[in-house]
Design a protein around this ligand. Structure first.
Ligand code: AAO
Length: 523
């Protein structure tokens, strides 16, 4: 080869290298999922449906993980149909429930991990089933138990492993939430209360969790943490293995979040649990609901200092959510201000505010419909379980041609406003809140330092404002009324000028009275 030809070849190789690097750069730059930030609770879904959802929807839309319903064996309850809450009455730690068997569970964890969506297990180990459940082979895997004699041979647990001798209330149940000792040592709702101060009980719980970690789960929601001493949770966590290195870096620890309801005014406080991991912030949804409903004189302008200044826990400890599987149906805590899918207009605004705001780790609720029936202020149908057939098996989640779910599944996480705000949160990750604006009432706006901007109109009058967005000049596609598809926008277009200013108009009667734009939705 002549030196001229060699020179040409080198030149060609260099160009090729540059082209490859360029392609990498472009695909990195246009990947809206550089950091995944939100968990979705696929309440009562079957494992086979969860696996499909990871591949077809959650991974491509940048969801970080899924909270699944408890996977272990529980008491089968028929009243005559099966309530959702039977899954909070464990019989053993075998993996079989109405969501599926262990093979289906393994297949789900593998497929979700393979596309980068991680599984967080709802771990129920404060208690076993109701003390009044009798005895028999009525577990979801057919295991025998005798609740009266505290005998659960499939673990095995016997009467030594329960708090009956330690609890001091006459009934054996929690009678007074101002007494931190009975909250931990007595029965919650009559459920037989395990004694986690015993090393044997700690080991049985850790064995169960380690079994799940071996399969590849990434962490746990610890149910009823308020009713377990924080140091006992700590001792159990100490026994946990690292995450499976097939999917996670060496020495990665499980992600732990503890369900502690602390609305203030009770003996047990959420900060007692910070040493173990994150904690559910129940004030978040209750307060945000109050603001969006404009109750007690509250308005969105008050959200200017939303976060710790509202007496919420430190942001890096908080798991935040607008509603959860309990308080969307009047169980647990939060009260009537809680917004749910039934209040869809305000709900979308609340979830979008949560996803746009930097505070906390965000969890999205994904529900099923049930025939709500309020009598004397309570929903007498709040027990109704997931869509199921007459034999009790849970219905699959079919996806309609327009992307919504059939068979009674609500799939809030598929509402395009919520899905697009999950992406928004990923795009603006790490950027501080800037450019707060409000009209002293219910019109507010804020930016995420050069990456995104959102503006709400929850007033009864139209909004027409020119505001600094902090965004680079250009035409942006509103991800609430539509989204960027190819290089065109299916919703409102917002023109940001060279000085960052943009005009916004929001009709107070609009179905979606808010606008959100971010740098990945720039045309
Ligand atoms: C079912 C039946 C019961 C029966 C039991 C045993 O419904 O009638 O006694 O079986 O046969 C779920 C269901 C329960 C179900 C249970 C077992 O929600 O209805 O019981 O499965 O199948 C407390 C706990 C919290 C718990 C919550 C429900 O602290 O941990 O109750 N949540 C988790 C799960 C939940 C599950 C369990 C635990 C059990 O998320 O799905 O139960 O595994 C106060 C306290 C809270 C307390 C609430 C409710 O809240 O602070 O700690 O939650 O009361 O008892 C204001 C206050 C607020 C107060 C609230 C209500 O908002 O500010 O602090 O009022 O008074």
């Amino acid at each position: 080869m002549s030196s001229h030809a060699k020179g040409n070849l080198r030149c060609l190789l260099l160009l090729l290298l540059l082209a490859v690097l360029g392609l990498c750069w472009i695909s990195y730059k246009s990947d809206p999922q550089t950091r995944r930030t939100s968990i979705v609770h696929l309440f009562e879904w079957r494992w086979t449906d969860v696996a499909l959802e990871c591949e077809r929807y959650l991974a491509p839309n940048g969801f970080a993980g899924i909270q699944i319903s408890p996977p272990n064996e529980n008491l089968v309850i028929t009243m005559p149909w099966r309530p959702w809450w039977e899954r909070y009455q464990p019989i053993s730690y075998k993996i079989c429930s109405r969501s599926g068997n262990e093979n289906e569970f393994r297949n789900m964890v593998t497929r979700c991990n393979n596309v980068g969506v991680h599984i967080y297990v709802d771990a129920v180990f404060n208690h076993m089933c109701s003390s009044g459940a009798g005895s028999g082979y009525r577990g979801t895997c057919g295991s025998y138990f005798n609740a009266g004699s505290r005998y659960f041979p499939a673990v095995p647990y016997s009467n030594f492993d329960f708090n009956d001798q330690i609890c001091k209330t006459p009934s054996g149940d929690i009678a007074n939430y101002s007494d931190p000792v009975q909250v931990r040592d007595c029965r919650l709702l009559g459920l037989v209360d395990l004694t986690q101060r015993s090393d044997y009980v700690r080991s049985k719980i850790a064995d169960y969790m380690n079994h799940l970690l071996g399969i590849g789960v990434a962490g746990f929601r610890i149910d009823a943490s308020k009713h377990i001493w924080p140091q006992d949770i700590n001792a159990i966590i100490d026994k946990l293995n690292n995450l499976n290195t097939r999917w996670f870096p060496r020495n990665s620890r499980p992600f732990i979040y503890q369900e502690v309801i602390d609305m203030g005014g009770e003996a047990v406080r959420s900060y007692e649990y910070f040493g173990n991991g994150q904690v559910t912030e129940f004030q978040y949804g209750a307060q945000l609901g109050t603001v969006l409903r404009k109750w007690n004189g509250k308005k969105m302008a008050n959200l200017k200092n939303w976060g710790e200044s509202w007496n919420l826990m430190p942001s890096d400890k908080a798991i935040v959510f607008v509603d959860n599987h309990d308080n969307q149906r009047g169980h647990g805590a939060g009260g009537s201000s809680i917004l749910t899918f039934r209040n869809h207009r305000l709900y979308r605004m609340a979830v979008s505010f949560m996803l746009a705001h930097p505070y906390g780790t965000t969890r999205i609720m994904s529900s099923y419909r049930w025939p709500r029936h309020i009598q004397n202020g309570t929903d007498i149908n709040s027990w109704v379980g997931p869509p199921s057939y007459s034999d009790g098996s849970i219905k699959h989640v079919p996806i309609n041609p327009n992307g919504t779910c059939g068979n009674g599944w609500v799939c809030e996480h598929r509402w395009h406003q919520i899905r697009n705000m999950v992406i928004f949160r990923n795009v603006v990750y790490g950027q501080p809140l800037v450019q707060w604006w409000d009209n002293y009432n219910n019109q507010v706006a804020f930016g995420r330092d050069g990456k995104g901007f959102i503006i709400f109109n929850n007033d009864d009058r139209n909004l027409f404002e020119m505001l600094p967005t902090g965004l680079p000049a250009g035409i942006y596609c509103d991800v609430i009324t539509g989204q960027k598809e190819g290089n065109h926008c299916t919703g409102i277009e917002i023109h940001v000028a060279a000085n960052g200013l943009a005009n916004f108009y929001i009709n107070s009667q609009a179905e979606n009275p808010y606008i959100a734009i971010h740098v990945e939705a720039k045309l």
